[in-house]
Design a protein around this ligand. Sequence first.
Ligand code: NAD
Length: 420
Amino acid sequence: MEDLNPFKIAQAQLDEAAKIMNLDPQAHKILREPMQTVIVNIPLKMDNGKTEVFTGFRVLYNNARGPGKGGIRFHPQETLETVKALGAWMTWKCALAGIQFGGAKGGIICDPTKLSSGELERLSRDYIRAIGKFIGPKVDVPAPDVNTNAQTMAWMMDEYSKMVGYDEFSVITGKPLEIWGSEGRFNSTAMGAMYILREAAKRMGLDLKTARVAIQGFGNAGKFAFDLVTKLFGSKVVAVSDVGGGVYSEKGLDYDKLVAATEKGGSVADSGAGSKITNEQLLETNVDILIPAAIENQITGSNASKIKAKMVLELANGPVTPEADKILSQRGIMDLPDFLVNAGGVIVSYFEWVQNNEDYYWSLDEVYSRLDKLVTRSFNEVMKTQEDYKAKNVKITLRDAAYIIALDRVAMAMKSRGWY
Ligand code: NAD
């Protein structure tokens, strides 16, 4: 049975890349664990007058290249292990993207569907009060993530500003535009993935105009990916799923029908846009491009041999397990790793932080064009690293290549700073 503890997976990926690239053992030792882990217990007066206690985390994984950067998740099954793993992945993601951030992540164990709007606001503000000493524009810059959004960030920015006594917009990103969020942040993750897809399709000789696509997950990432892949390239999305199941249509699914079904809180499975399929069937659908955009550990040792797509575009974090990685690679499926594919969100977060620091704001076109440049550069660097190793007769996956670039950058920064 594969061990699916997310932090063990993150460490296993790190260990493998460290071995291939002969990473200095001292750098490796530093990078196997987060630099700082904060655990807070927040007493919250509920609407019914009773007090509940919520546990929250903020992990600063590594800050050799700049302030910590990473989202805050509200989730009933949140664990420190998940937050640590996501903090590690943020470190590699920011390093690969070549932006001036380290990696961090945060979370609160809570079920936001069971909290009133007032309780959510108080919890968000109290969490910032509790971790306030450990964040800051030059220390650690949070952002939205699972079950948090621009409103949550606005409350958090406001509370931090009250703590320091002045408006500190650059302490947090993913804010609404009216309090100096960035243009383009809303679909930046999916947009970044589209630039990667465009470049990868060119390399494979895959014509995106006739390509068939399956997408798992119809939330922030998956929904925009559907919209963009059809609008930008004319590809056909034949299968989509969410936590309630999926739908399939040979002639292509109707986006508006899926949106209508999910806006009312329902599942794409009940949209009537196509015939019903399960999530397992979605992953194994005969398509050119499979986009996992839901949760981690979806393509595993047990189903990787049944994947029929020519390309897996990992929009979700950690959707492919290490065992599945090997199988996809042996089968010649181009698996584009998460921290390359989904870096668009953090890159535009970085743009937001830069704009807040400069008090000067860019147009949507400028944001997209800068995003395109950064992700295309990362894609080319990853492909080149894989080719360089191939020339030395060492076969590595694209994930290994992305890790090698990122680890090298973080290790070099730590070395220059005299950490080893
Ligand atoms: P979301 O909560 O908006 O949407 C998640 C979607 O996945 C929903 O449609 C949900 O029904 C579906 N889902 C949940 N559990 C599932 C299951 N067991 N089987 C099938 N579908 C399931 O989240 P999101 O923001 O779209 O994030 C999705 C993934 O993308 C996550 O891994 C997240 O870390 C990653 N990601 C998102 C962003 C972003 O900017 N939104 C950035 C980087 C990475």
